[in-house]
Write a new protein. Structure first.
Length: 435
């Protein structure tokens, strides 16, 4: 645990005048924390924080976000630098081990991942259990969880080497399984990975090539794909990463923990937002419908929210959204798409929203999901695959947090308490005596 600062916080019960001193811990940067681990045993009180808006669940060295300044660092490196100068496997290594790899380390790491890209041949038959129109996220939840039935030699969480192999397998096999889910929906044959290709090239090859003809990798699109993976790799203690950590705290095997993360990511308030943004932009149709949609987003009585806008932590522009917008222009230009109506609508929606008091007051800005769908659709992915790509990339962050949790001596099974407002104890009445 970080060194306790000399400071403490005093909590006073106004009813009794009793006080308690609570230790304060300082991080290297960002908010300090009040250590409340002894609060219940000392005071008989729980803290109450639905949605964990003010709660630190762990100590971590992987990612730092300054939501007010719109800063995102992975092991100290700004996200825009990593997105523009690094590559996804290098970032996955950084998240995992804390440093950018040197040439030898990078070569070894890429080789380990490359040689785990194939999946057990029997896994292919899993897909035939799904309807062709199954949502690919439903397939990913099932198939990733099933990996623990195939790779018994990397499920012993107390064995450092097995944990390492499980991380290699998960990072390596997610693209293969994601491409298989897409191929299955089309009724096209699965395409085996090619070890001669880079991570992003291999994914595009497995997704879009067909056995009937050669497939030419577009280097601009492969670079954009890799950059999109980097932008989605990790994001501190978000809902899906916290789900992975909580599942792992019970000792569940790595494949089950990542499957739990995939289910949490699927929600439209989280990773499912990229699919929801595109549906929203398509529903808006033309720019003249934007005022109506903004009015609905501001209407408290309407459950509609502007998808791709707002964030629990960012109260400034999400730095990933800026890089995503630049990548969007690069991809559309490469594909010769001029004046993409969805991009036009998204840009106009952003312009109008960022001038509107409601969004300004509540500090609601575009987030990582606002532009990603426009790029992915232009690249040929159906909307149903957008969150699958998010899960593919976020696996690098999930496994890094999964590993970090094992190295954190402070961690124990996660078991929150509650504010109970239900019935007090009462006697059971036989059905004949009930009103
Ligand atoms: C991701 O946590 C992460 O890091 C996630 C992520 C990652 O990389 O892992 O960054 C990925 O999930 C990005 C977010 C994708 N989701 C969306 O784009 C869905 C739309 N956004 C909202 O649902 C919302 O902004 C959340 C869920 C993202 C954040 O919600 P919070 O932090 O719980 O904020 P809130 O709901 O308390 O909103 C504060 C106020 C509310 O108004 P009041 O009750 O104070 O009057 O802002 C309003 C909200 O109604 N508000 C919105 C809004 N988002 C918040 N109003 C209209 N449209 C929106 N999008």
């Amino acid at each position: 645990m970080a060194d306790a600062s000399k400071r403490s916080m005093t909590l006073t019960d106004d009813a009794t005048g009793k006080s308690w001193k609570l230790p304060v811990f300082d991080g290297t940067v960002g908010p300090s924390v009040i250590d409340i681990r002894k609060l219940y045993s000392d005071t008989g009180y729980f803290t109450h924080d639905p949605g964990f808006t003010s709660t630190s669940s762990c100590e971590s060295k992987i990612t730092f976000i300054d939501g007010d300044k719109g800063i995102l660092l992975h092991r100290g490196y700004p996200i825009d630098e990593l997105a523009n100068k690094s590559d996804f496997l290098e970032v996955a290594y950084l998240l995992q081990y804390g440093e950018l790899p040197n040439a030898t380390q990078k070569e070894d790491w890429v080789k380990h991942i490359t040689y785990h890209t194939m999946v057990h041949e029997q896994l292919s038959s899993f897909f035939s259990g799904f309807r062709r129109d199954a949502h690919p996220m439903a397939i990913m939840c099932g198939v990733v969880g099933a990996l623990s039935a195939f790779y018994h030699d990397s499920t012993d969480i107390h064995d450092e080497e097995q944990r390492e192999i499980a991380c290699h397998r998960l990072i390596a096999k997610m693209p293969t399984l994601a491409a298989m889910a897409y191929k299955y929906s089309l009724g096209q044959p699965f395409v085996y990975p090619q070890n001669s290709l880079s991570f992003a090239e291999n994914f595009l090859y497995m997704t879009f090539s067909v056995p009937a003809e050669p497939y030419k990798i577009n280097p601009v699109l492969a670079k954009a794909m890799d950059k999109i993976f980097i932008l989605h790799a990790d994001h501190e203690q978000n809902a899906s990463t916290s789900t992975v950590r909580l599942a792992s705290s019970s000792g569940a095997n790595p494949f089950a923990c990542i499957a739990a993360g995939i289910t949490s990511l699927w929600g439209p308030a989280h990773g499912g937002a990229n699919e929801a943004v595109l549906k929203m932009l398509m529903e808006i149709g033309s720019k003249d419908k934007i005022p109506e949609i903004v009015k609905r987003a501001k209407d408290k009585s309407d459950t509609f929210r502007l998808m791709g806008f707002g964030h629990r932590v960012y109260k400034n522009y999400d730095p990933r959204a800026k890089v995503m917008q630049e990548t969007c222009r690069e991809v559309l230009a490469e594909l010769g798409i001029k004046n993409d109506p969805l991009l036009e609508t998204a840009m106009e929606l952003e312009r109008i929203a960022l001038q509107d008091d409601y969004f300004v007051q509540k500090k609601l800005y575009p987030n990582v999901d606002f532009y990603s769908g426009i790029i992915l659709r232009a690249m040929g992915f159906p909307m149903s695959m957008f969150t699958v790509l998010f899960a593919l990339a976020r696996t690098a962050g999930w496994v890094a947090h999964w590993q970090e949790q094992f190295r954190d001596g402070e961690q124990k099974i996660g078991r929150p308490r509650q504010l109970y407002t239900g019935s007090v104890q009462r006697p059971f009445l036989p059905v004949g005596q009930r009103k």
